[in-house]
Design a protein around this ligand. Structure first.
Ligand SMILES: NC(=O)c1ccc[n+]([C@@H]2O[C@H](COP(=O)([O-])OP(=O)(O)OC[C@H]3O[C@@H](n4cnc5c(N)ncnc54)[C@H](OP(=O)(O)O)[C@@H]3O)[C@@H](O)[C@H]2O)c1
Length: 253
């Protein structure tokens, strides 16, 4: 079987790095998308030390020229892409816990640039390459906080938690985009799904997350390796429950 080629955005650390490590362990060539050259090269080197076929790809998901260069390089090097994991994400804004009524549009734009517009720009640039693969998989890393059902359900543990508007709404947009791409590609072998890592111990939340990165990367790995009869257009991952145990499976949008 030919080696599958997987691009993971924001793969220099956290859940993205672990996803790359796991996909490499499964025999894939992993393209380490990172916006910072030094951080990208360090991740590449550390994965190679573990035996991975890892290649650093400069990729800032908010920079159209960087995305175009990455797609051109992948085309020249491999001619196709088997897996795209849209993992790069941010919640870092100046007023993280502002109420919806206090949301600053600058904060909102900053988060949407990465989480939403970046995802669309990268996906559209990579689609011609993904269409050339035998059966490509697209994984959009979302979050349970993007579940409109949970955020509006008084019984949900998320309902009582302080939250900004920009990050949850950006992940709700990721969920809808997942449904729209899955619909558009339904007559192709390409599957498009959203992954919920769960509250994971990374820099993203100053390591307050309750899950290991191994746990957090599991939904992305699962969706990146779905068989031909697997689903398309679902949100999959760790279920948040008030007992912090949760479960694992399909989540409500
Ligand atoms: N941790 C959690 O509890 C949790 C829960 C649900 C969902 N998620 C989602 O999981 C994904 C990964 O998060 P994480 O916890 O692993 O966070 P993390 O450790 O902070 O990693 C985020 C990654 O995204 C990259 N990134 C940010 N902006 C970028 C840009 N413009 N272009 C390219 N890369 C960019 C970062 O690169 P730099 O190192 O250069 O900043 C980093 O590699 C995100 O989509 C996040 O929303 C996380």
């Amino acid at each position: 079987m030919t080696t599958r080629i997987a691009l993971i955005t924001g793969a220099n650390k956290g859940i993205g790095y672990e996803t790359a490590r796991r996909l490499a362990e499964l025999g894939m060539t992993v393209l380490i998308g990172a916006r910072d050259e030094q951080r990208g090269r360090e991740a590449e080197a550390s994965l190679r030390e573990l035996g991975a076929d890892a290649r650093f790809v400069p990729l800032d998901v908010t920079d159209a020229a960087s995305i175009a260069r990455a797609a051109e390089w992948i085309d020249a090097e491999f001619g196709r892409l088997d897996v795209l994991v849209n993992n790069a994400g941010t919640a870092t804004v100046s007023r993280q816990r502002a109420l919806a009524s206090e949301t600053s549009l600058d904060d909102m734009r900053a988060v949407y640039e990465v989480n939403v517009f970046g995802l669309v720009a990268v996906t559209n640039a990579m689609l011609p390459l993904l269409r050339r693969a035998e059966a490509a998989r697209i994984v959009n890393v979302s979050s349970e906080v993007g579940s409109i059902g949970s955020q509006s359900d008084p019984e949900s543990p998320l309902y009582a938690m302080p939250a900004s508007a920009q990050y949850p709404s950006s992940k709700a947009a990721v969920n809808m985009l997942t449904a729209m791409y899955a619909r558009e590609l339904r007559d192709t072998p390409i599957k498009v799904n959203a992954a919920n890592p769960g509250f994971t111990d990374t820099d993203f939340n100053d390591h307050r997350g309750i899950r290991s990165v191994q746990d957090g990367a599991e939904p992305s790995v699962h969706l990146a390796t779905l068989p031909a009869d697997g689903p398309s257009g679902i949100l999959w991952g760790h279920l948040w429950r008030s007992d912090r145990e949760g479960g694992y499976g399909v989540l409500p949008w």
